[in-house]
Design a protein around this ligand. Structure first.
Ligand code: HEC
Ligand code: HEC
Length: 352
């Protein structure tokens, strides 16, 4: 606006000059000077400011709210009065000062209000849910299991995770102390779930409640934003961190308490007949029809894991076994119920 104030000033000068000319004429006719010219009419009100530009586009392409119209410009400056003439007979009145010029356009309106953080998070989440492919979710699930077997270039840590000293119940050391599942549980609920007691108990909370966070926020948590000791960016790639966040926020986590009875470790509402069909068409190729072809840790078989740790079993059947060609159920289009049916059948298989 300040750059426009010169125009009314100029006009005031013009008005003064015009008044001066009138005075000069009075001298020529040698009559006494007339009184001062009347005050110039007040300038017209400034035109209404231009409309503000459209608000910035919201995240994920949602249009921002339109900005408010600009403020009305100030009234133009009034024309200046002519100067008082010297005494004498009354001369003609000085010409009226010119009207002030139209006020400058109002300032640009503010951009439309940006969408709230919550709205942005919701949009991002919905986008992630739409686009998180089964393959990306499965990879995130395997990273959650044992990330260094999945993230190319990463190596298994040998020293304990810096957070490990915050707990004393779980006596594992080295690489194990860096697995997401070791602190947050196969059922994603940490101390509030299956790892609330037993040799794996740490007392650390789960991640299930953080599935409503944005992937950006989750990546930051994995970079130590909430706790500098919870920084995994030094040991794994940023692509892996993003996949972990996608796994959490993009639909990988399920409420296992609705699928497994925590007291009996039995699946809730499992169809073992359907599970047997799935097992024989997919799992038996590698594990054998009785699940005993491959031995884990030299002793365990499919039936052992299914009965001892149904939460781990569900996780592995849904997302696969890190570093092996074991397929991820979700990549075959399996629902949680399908995996649950396989769990029900696998619990009937030999445990050794
Ligand atoms: C050594 C144990 C440990 C490991 C390993 C670990 N975390 Fe954590 N994590 C924690 C602790 C402790 C917290 C802080 C919990 C709190 O706020 O009380 C935490 C917090 C989190 C949170 C935020 C929880 C919240 O409610 O705000 C997320 C998400 C998370 N971890 C994900 C992961 C993922 C993914 C991995 C695997 C890369 C992982 N964590 C590995 C111990 C661990
Ligand atoms: C392409 C081969 C292959 C197929 C198919 C396969 N698995 Fe596996 N599975 C493996 C391998 C390899 C391991 C790791 C063995 C080891 O750790 O020594 C494994 C590990 C497991 C484990 C134990 C994980 C652990 O560390 O305790 C379970 C449980 C399991 N598989 C169940 C299944 C089920 C159920 C199916 C069918 C849905 C299945 N697997 C299909 C190859 C396969």
């Amino acid at each position: 606006m300040s750059s426009n104030s010169a125009a009314p000033l100029m006009l005031a000068v013009v008005a003064i000059l015009v008044g001066a000319v009138a005075i000069g004429l009075n001298y020529i006719t040698s009559g006494p000077e007339g009184p001062a010219g009347p005050v110039g009419a007040q300038g017209a009100a400034g035109a209404q400011g231009e409309r503000g530009p459209q608000g910035a586009s919201g995240a994920q392409g949602a249009a921002g709210a339109q900005g408010p119209a600009g403020a009305q410009g100030p009234p133009g400056q009034a024309g200046a009065a002519g100067p008082q003439g010297p005494a004498g007979t009354q001369g003609p009145a000085g010409p009226q000062g010119q009207a002030g010029q139209q006020g400058a356009a109002g300032a640009k309106g503010d951009p439309g209000a940006a969408p709230s953080l919550e709205a942005i998070q919701r949009m991002v989440r919905e986008e992630v849910e739409k686009t998180a492919s089964a393959a990306a979710l499965a990879e995130g699930g395997r990273l959650y299991d044992t990330w260094w077997k999945v993230d190319a270039g990463a190596t298994a840590p040998t020293v304990n995770n810096p957070l490990w000293s915050l707990q004393t119940k779980n006596t594992r050391t080295g690489g194990d102390t860096w697995r997401c599942k070791e602190c947050h549980g196969w059922d994603y609920t940490g101390k509030d779930g299956a790892y609330g007691s037993g040799s794996h108990a740490t007392g650390f909370k789960g991640v299930y409640d953080t599935r409503i966070k944005s992937t950006r926020e989750l990546v930051n948590i994995l970079k130590g934003s909430a706790n500098p000791a919870h920084n995994f960016s030094t040991v794994m790639s940023s692509a892996a961190l993003t996949k972990l966040a996608t796994f959490i926020a993009g639909g990988g986590l399920i409420d296992e308490s609705t699928y497994i009875d925590y007291t009996t470790k039995k699946p809730i509402g499992s169809n073992a007949t359907h599970g047997k069909e799935l097992f024989n068409s997919v799992c038996s190729t590698c594990h054998g029809p009785d699940g005993r072809t491959l031995k884990f840790d030299g002793k365990d078989v499919v039936g052992t894991i299914a009965n001892d740790n149904p939460w781990e079993f569900l996780h592995k059947v849904r997302f696969g076994q890190p570093g092996t060609p074991m397929p991820a159920g979700i990549e075959r289009g399996w629902t949680v119920k399908d995996a649950l049916d396989v769990l029900g059948y696998s619990q009937t298989l030999p445990k050794e």
